[in-house]
Design a protein around this ligand. Structure first.
Ligand SMILES: Cc1cc2nc3c(=O)[nH]c(=O)nc-3n(C[C@H](O)[C@H](O)[C@H](O)COP(=O)(O)O)c2cc1C
Length: 351
């Protein structure tokens, strides 16, 4: 599953030093990097209002795989324009996230899907619901699908439906961890025991240690959200990035639990209030609707008013101590992962 370029397979006539590619970039090669034609076994998952061209192009330029978030664009036509804008910033591969969630206003999912296909995108991250209705069209257009889910049973179902990879979110993740409450340490290994297609560990990963751990548990790559928010290129207010750095691993709330739509978000005055209302018992969506409105969350991300609304962030806040460029983040993660595998772990066997 995991192959370190400096451990195997580097041809004796290879001009590149071990573990480096021809451009001197450190590399880790897995089934995921090979089957998806990317350099690093790292993806930047779809992020509402964050997964825009600036960030996704920067991720693509490092050789990792980022996903523009389709529904952040108000219409399918706007998505077409955003894909084109992203292409002005990178010539590397990037994908689109299609989040299929129940919404108050109906979403023209089929038109978003067509926009993706007609724009020539070749990899999609689906999430939120069964991807089945979209698979025939994606398959016919040669688009690879990574389905992101939160349980082993849903991962197995997606595999049976014919997706190309699954990404599985543990309880630590930002966004929607589901209701089973299984942490990544168990979930990734449990999924690896059953899933045959490439498997991506998601949630709770922010550095090389998390990457190596996920690979050791049997995964072929990792997906990160919160870590990519605190990068130079993330198109959000710097106050949010600084808050992520300042926060520790306890700075999240699980909201909407009682409404069976659990979301892990940053702890702040608004998410504390939502939890309080839910704890009082018998809460209906109407009771929290205004507090959790996306328009309020947008003010946080755009204007940096941290207590104005709900914003997603995960427990990895406790592992994030800087705001690097995506290029520096990838260099650091891959380089450090190589050192952990080749020195720290290998040294344990040698000793
Ligand atoms: C601000 C933010 C917005 C997100 N929005 C979405 C979304 O629209 N669709 C989706 O599939 N996942 C969304 N996610 C989840 C991420 O794609 C990813 O699965 C998650 O962040 C992984 O956990 P981590 O934050 O611990 O790395 C979002 C995450 C964040 C931080």
């Amino acid at each position: 599953m995991l192959r370190l370029d400096n451990a195997y397979g580097v041809s004796p006539i290879s001009p590149s030093p071990p573990g480096l590619n021809e451009r001197g970039i450190t590399m880790l090669s897995t089934r995921f990097t090979k089957e998806f034609g990317v350099k690093h076994p790292i993806t930047c998952g779809g992020m509402t209002r964050v997964g825009k061209a600036e960030l996704i192009a920067a991720v693509a330029n490092t050789g990792a795989l980022g996903f523009l978030t389709a529904l952040t664009q108000p219409t399918p036509e706007d998505l077409v324009k955003e894909i084109a804008r992203c292409r002005t910033m990178t010539d590397q591969k990037f994908g689109v996230n299609l989040t299929i969630l129940p919404t108050i206003k109906p979403v023209p999912y089929d038109e978003y899907r067509q926009a993706v296909i007609e724009s020539g995108i070749k990899v999609v991250e689906t999430a939120g619901n069964n991807p089945a209705p979209h698979l025939p069209a994606f398959k016919a257009a040669g688009v690879k699908v990574i389905h992101k889910c939160v349980t082993v049973r849903h991962a197995l179902k997606a595999e049976a439906l014919g997706v190309d990879a699954v990404s599985i979110d543990g309880l630590e993740c930002a966004g929607h961890p589901g209701e089973d409450d299984v942490g990544g340490l168990i979930l990734f290994a449990a999924a690896a025991d059953k899933i045959k297609i490439p498997l991506i560990a998601s949630g709770g990963i922010a550095d090389a240690r998390g990457l190596v751990a996920a690979l050791a548990l049997g995964c072929d790559g990792v997906n990160m959200g919160t870590r990519f928010m605190a990068t130079v290129e993330a198109p959000i207010h710097v106050n949010v990035k600084r808050a992520i750095v300042a926060n520790d691993e306890r700075a999240t709330n699980l909201i909407l639990r009682t409404l069976h739509n659990t979301a892990r978000v940053a702890k702040n005055a608004i998410s504390d209030r939502v939890v309080e209302i839910e704890r009082a018992g018998g809460a209906k969506f109407e009771d929290v609707k205004d507090l959790v409105a996306g328009t309020r969350g947008a003010v946080v991300l755009d204007e940096g008013d941290l207590d104005y609304g709900i914003w997603s962030a995960g427990q990895t806040q406790g592992l994030i101590h800087d705001i690097p460029t995506c290029a520096d983040l990838m260099k650091q993660m891959i380089g450090e992962a190589q050192k952990i595998i080749a020195s720290r772990l290998a040294g344990m066997i040698a000793a």
